[in-house]
Design a protein around this ligand. Structure first.
Ligand code: DGT
Ligand code: CA
Ligand code: CA
Ligand code: ZN
Length: 580
């Protein structure tokens, strides 16, 4: 976390605690200041060193807040915040992760029932104590029971986008340690699951002791959880990402990698295939167990295990990409030589969903176009938020302004070295209506329509209506889920995909690590139903373009091939799709 983030988080916590105590207006002021500090382009610590007046130059930061910022950088804490924490010793972040539970509810439940943790909240709901609190009813209580598990799990899992960079850095670091012959990531991070319980690292080496020591000495280790002879676990970085190391002898590396990559369901299916062949697969190898009585793990003649390929080959299967290993038919496909030829990140040639400062992005049209070019794209669509449901705080752009923006996009396009599509991200209202006038939509090259509000319940009819709209080219982040925060709309993906295919509307895999929407499982259904997928980053700054890989690997989890994905086509091919 940068220091701007740190002080911003403190101010946000301050706002939550004030709100929990029933204070009005002030929490909003603190949150707005926190946001501006977070976005401030230079280190706020520098301003704090100059004094309160300098800090007060930041938008939305008044006297009371600048005093706290200076106090924080001088003493390392904010006294008033410490007092509030002592008065209200609740696990605010965990509790407010429950959908429908805000700081105010937390404050009330603490006063009435002394609830401080998720476990206490769940117990009180189960015991029917919540409905007895003034202002609460059975509905709130049921809502808590429905959502507490989701919140608990969310609290314990990191986003792929947070964890993956740690995984890649620890893999690079361990690969350079002397005595390490082989090193790879395993587990959910190797399968690119959207959220990660822990990062699994596997090493093949005969020098366990030194390898464990080098691992716990990794500069990014925050604290060591446990450290043994052939394994160790640590928390890394400020984000407390858990990293698990296992060391095996190099000859068993392939079998161990296969085993620790999972998923569990995939491994079960693989083991069952082995049993049919009188073979046994485990983390040590593949063993011929015909006539073998001994139940030792390494009993029988060892027929494979040094490489992962050898493990699958021993079972008459082709090696398959880790993203496929979710027991969704990949074992059969690998046995029948019928695996998909998966899409690669390099296949993607452009981004069709991006934002600029016209809505909530941080950059000009020109900067986004140049960023896309620098990233290596052949084309980009500019698709700022239109006004409509879900667009609060003046984020959305009116039809009139969109007309103006269209002219500017065309002017930038005329000068640009890559192709620039004009576009918009329109909102899909609860009844399926699109928030922008039809004649304007018709004048834009690329129309993304997305749900941004009312993200509960079944959204199939709503999205089907949008997919049928003649001017809509793609459905953005179809479920509207936010990983770890809200599950989003329920969808009959097959039906939506059929309608989308008929109407020439693409379905997005939004590559933003907070979303990854559609999910891999949904992509598989969509592709099978004949829909075209588009992988967009929803970039709000040029730095976001590189997140495309998270979308690509999510689509790979859905068995997508390059031909299934709109933006693997060249500009002409995309234009054809948009114009059809
Ligand atoms: P995570 O960390 O919760 O995101 O998910 P994974 O899949 O990384 O799970 P983890 O870290 O508990 O274990 C890594 C892999 O090890 C897992 O994908 C499959 C394998 N594995 C772990 N425990 C078992 C088990 O009891 N049975 C089988 N067949 N495989 C297991
Ligand atoms: Ca794991
Ligand atoms: Ca693990
Ligand atoms: Zn959106």
């Amino acid at each position: 976390m940068s220091q701007n983030d740190e002080i911003a988080s403190r101010l946000e916590e301050f706002a939550d605690l004030l709100e929990a105590r029933g204070v009005e207006y002030k929490p909003r002021t603190y949150r707005r200041a926190a946001e501006n500090i977070r976005e401030y382009p230079a280190a706020v610590e520098g301003l704090a060193a100059e004094g309160e007046e300098a800090v007060g130059e930041i938008d939305g930061v008044g006297d009371a807040i600048s005093t706290k910022v200076v106090e924080y950088f001088e003493t390392g804490e904010i006294e008033e915040l410490e007092e509030l924490r002592a008065e209200l010793p609740v696990e605010m972040e965990a509790l407010t992760a429950v959908e429908g539970v805000g700081p105010k509810t937390v404050g009330t439940l603490y006063e009435a029932l002394g609830i401080t943790t998720l476990d206490e909240l769940e117990a009180a709901a189960e015991a029917g104590e919540i409905r007895a609190v003034e202002g609460f009813g059975e509905k709130t209580e049921q809502n808590i029971l429905d959502n507490v598990d989701f919140a608990r799990e969310a609290h314990e899992r990191a986003l792929l986008g947070e964890a993956r960079p740690y995984g890649e850095r620890i893999e690079a670091y361990m690969s350079d340690v002397s005595g390490v012959e082989k090193c790879a990531l395993g587990g959910s991070i190797r399968r690119w699951k959207p959220t990660i319980g822990d990062v699994d690292v596997l090493v093949g080496s005969d020098a366990e002791g030194e390898v464990v020591e080098a691992f716990t000495d990794w500069p990014e280790v925050d604290r060591v959880i446990e450290s043994g002879e052939t394994k160790a676990s640590v928390y890394a970085g400020d984000d407390d990402v858990r990293v698990d190391l296992r060391i095996v002898v190099p000859e068993e590396f392939g079998a161990a990698l296969q085993y620790f990559t999972g998923s569990k369901d995939h491994n079960v299916a693989v083991r069952n295939r082995a049993i049919e062949r009188n073979l046994k697969v485990n983390e040590y190898g593949v063993f011929d167990v015909s006539g073998v009585e001994d139940d030792d793990q390494r009993a029988g003649e060892r027929v494979a295990g040094e490489t992962e390929e050898s493990v699958y080959e021993a079972l008459d299967m082709a090696w398959m990409a880790p993203e496929l290993r979710e027991n969704r038919g990949e074992v059969e496909a690998a046995a029948n030589d019928d695996l998909p030829d998966l899409l690669e990140t390099d296949d993607v040639r452009g981004d069709l969903h991006t934002h600029t400062e016209w809505s909530d992005g941080g950059h000009t049209i020109e900067e986004m176009v140049e960023g896309a070019e620098a990233f290596g794209h052949d084309y980009i669509a500019i698709s700022d938020h239109a006004t409509g449901p879900g667009m609060v705080g003046g984020v959305g752009v009116s039809d009139e302004e969109l007309r103006e923006q269209l002219e500017e996009i065309e002017a930038v396009a005329a000068e640009a070295d890559i192709d620039v599509f004009s576009g918009v991200e329109a909102n899909i209202a609860e009844d399926g209506d699109i928030s922008v006038a039809d004649d304007l939509l018709a004048d834009l090259d690329c129309v993304v329509a997305s749900p941004h509000a009312a993200l509960d319940g079944d959204g199939t009819d709503r999205l089907v209506a949008a997919a049928e709209h003649p001017e809509v080219n793609a459905i953005g982040h179809p479920t509207g889920r936010y990983l770890n925060r809200r599950p989003g709309l329920d969808l009959d993906v097959e039906r939506l995909a059929e309608v989308a295919a008929e109407n020439g509307t693409a379905l997005e895999v939004n590559a933003s690590p907070a979303r990854l929407d559609l999910s891999g499982a949904a992509v598989k259904q969509a592709v099978e139903a004949g829909a075209t997928i588009v992988i967009d980053t929803d970039a709000h700054s040029p730095g976001n373009f590189e997140q495309v890989r998270y979308g690509v690997h999510t689509a790979r989890r859905g068995w997508a091939e390059a031909a299934d994905v709109l933006n693997t086509r060249d500009t002409e091919g995309v234009r054809e799709f948009l114009d059809a």
